[in-house]
Design a protein around this ligand. Structure first.
Ligand SMILES: C[S@@+](CC[C@H](N)C(=O)[O-])C[C@H]1O[C@@H](n2cnc3c(N)ncnc32)[C@H](O)[C@@H]1O
Length: 238
């Protein structure tokens, strides 16, 4: 892949520091609750610096994280080395064009990534990568007010609010986080994001994953779907 550096490339190390500082344990534990009963392989799409990928490594034989940012993958690989995880593979690839060598997966996750993609192109691809009986869990940003979301002032306000929630970490940590969250590169990035409304997002998810479970909490929509397994007859209730 040969492309212009994105905000994720420019800020990968800072992004990782942010993810390390914010306590994601509770969120990640909930995702573990969505794993199918027998999970051998997991795919983390748009894995970023691999925090969730590495967390899930305890729950599968093999886990693959892919990301279109070379720097995010570099940081993810560094994190993998630090944690001495041998059942994790990070691949620099975009989900649209990735030539998956392996197979299908039992569990696919995509956290806050799919808004960067053409959903009508990518969701069928993810469904094809899922094994019958497997599950897909995605979560993404939504907004009822795209004009506000695109406003730098609003984004500065959100960043400051988040900083104030992290004041318990001390001034040094907050200063480092502020340099990332308030940096023009990051603010421009989030202002440029194409974010759909909850209704638009849920309609697209439903179209590609009929019968999926959808939850809209504030600024995010979460979707869980199980690929019906003909060998097992009726599907288990999610
Ligand atoms: C907001 S970050 C989320 C990272 C990670 N899932 C997390 O929750 O920390 C979005 C990630 O998606 C990646 N990304 C964007 N478009 C992509 C694509 N088409 N294929 C693969 N990764 C993509 C970006 O490089 C970035 O690392």
């Amino acid at each position: 892949m040969n492309q212009q550096p994105t905000a994720f490339d420019l800020l990968a190390e800072h992004y990782d520091y942010w993810k390390r500082t914010v306590n994601l344990g509770d969120e990640y534990r909930k995702i573990v609750g969505f794993l199918p009963a027998h999970t051998e392989s997991i795919l983390d799409v748009g894995c970023g610096t691999g925090r969730l990928t590495l967390y899930l490594a305890d729950y599968a034989k093999h886990i693959t994280g892919i990301d279109s940012s070379a720097e995010m993958i570099r940081q993810a690989t560094k994190n993998q080395r630090e944690q001495s995880r041998t059942n994790v593979e990070f691949v620099h690839a975009s989900v649209e064009t990735w030539e998956c060598q392996a197979h299908q997966f039992d569990f696919i996750v995509g956290d806050k990534v799919l808004h960067h993609t053409d959903l009508d192109r990518v969701l069928p691809r993810l469904r094809d990568l899922l094994r019958p009986g497997g599950r897909i869990w995605v979560r993404d940003w939504v907004t009822e007010d795209i004009a506000r979301r695109r406003s730098p002032i609003w984004q500065y306000w959100l960043a400051l609010r988040e900083m104030s929630e992290l004041r318990g970490h001390g001034l040094k940590v907050m200063w480092r986080l502020a340099r990332f969250r308030l940096s023009p590169t990051w603010i421009h990035h989030v202002c440029d994001d194409d974010i759909l409304s909850p209704q638009q997002t849920m309609e697209i998810y439903q179209r590609h994953f009929p019968g999926c479970l959808l939850i809209n909490v504030g600024q995010q929509v979460m979707m869980l779907w199980e690929f019906p397994d003909p060998a097992k007859g009726t599907r288990r209730a999610l």
